[in-house]
Design a protein around this ligand. Structure first.
Ligand SMILES: Nc1ncnc2c1ncn2[C@@H]1O[C@H](COP(=O)(O)OP(=O)(O)OP(=O)(O)O)[C@@H](O)[C@H]1O
Ligand SMILES: [Mg+2]
Length: 245
């Protein structure tokens, strides 16, 4: 495989939150590099710092100490406006909750985001890709959990983000719906990325406490008490259909 430069570099990142009279160290010295097109799963027990790490990379919050460089930019030096533009243009966020607009249809929920950026993908094509064409005119209340999450993924990817950050995207779903959601990620990384130049590839960081989902990834980073407990590359990742539930 050709060697590419990392697009994400974290160096000794510490994040503290005030807690009572002291502080809690949610991240305690994270050093990590991620290359474009990588599919990284972050595993670890509740409270180990997974969401905090994702929030640092998504520029939702700032580190207490350390350096974060993404796409060649030192994120700690950005203005509030530049941080907002980075989140809007470069990052697609997917959470456990879907955060869809309840009064908008499947199509409109995606279109609304497409209108915020230059050069979005075609809304209909993205809806087709996540398998929601038949329910494109339904509102979230008329969709299953898995369909709502796929609507949320469509909304995230219509912007052509370089980076997809997913925090427990399948935690609220049953097995069949979770697999449908994971198949969308699998297609993005395994098929769509294969057509793209290295620097254009979508990088996916998926946070989950589920160890089985980790088998799909190119790389599995396990956190423990805010530190990296292990970081393992997988030469032969599993397909979604091979995962046991
Ligand atoms: N905004 C905050 N204020 C105070 N403490 C926080 C805040 N966010 C996270 N923490 C603390 O930081 C630690 C790491 O939290 P984080 O949410 O990153 O864990 P997590 O691995 O995502 O857990 P879970 O699997 O339960 O989602 C925990 O001790 C948590 O209580
Ligand atoms: Mg979390």
């Amino acid at each position: 495989m050709e060697k590419t430069e990392p697009c994400i570099r974290l160096e000794n990142v510490v994040k503290e939150f005030p807690s009572g009279t002291g502080v809690v160290k949610a991240l305690d010295g994270i050093t990590l590099e991620i290359c474009p097109g990588d599919f990284v799963v972050v595993n670890g027990e509740s409270g180990c710092g997974k969401s905090t790490l994702l929030n640092m990379i998504g520029c939702m919050d700032e580190p207490t100490e350390g350096k974060i460089e993404i796409f060649g930019q030192d994120m700690t030096k950005l203005s509030e406006r530049e941080r907002t533009l980075y989140r809007r243009r470069d990052v697609g966020f997917i959470f456990q909750e879907y955060h869809l607009m309840p009064e908008l249809t499947t199509y409109e929920n995606v279109e609304f985001i497409a209108e915020l950026v230059n050069d979005p993908l075609s809304v209909s094509e993205v809806i087709e890709m996540v398998g929601l064409t038949d329910v494109a005119d339904h509102r979230p209340g008329q969709l299953s959990g898995g369909q709502q999450q796929r609507n949320a993924i469509a909304r995230a990817i219509v912007k052509r983000p370089r980076l997809l950050l997913a925090d427990e995207p399948t935690a609220a779903l049953d097995e069949a719906s979770a697999r449908e959601v994971l198949r969308v990620f699998e297609r993005l990384i395994r098929e769509d990325n294969a057509q793209k130049a290295p620097e254009q590839k979508t990088t996916l960081i998926l946070v989950t406490h589920n160890r089985e989902i980790a088998k799909m990834a190119d790389r599995v980073v396990v956190l423990k008490n805010g530190r990296i407990a292990s970081d393992v590359s997988q030469a032969d990742p599993c397909s979604v259909d091979m995962l046991e539930w």
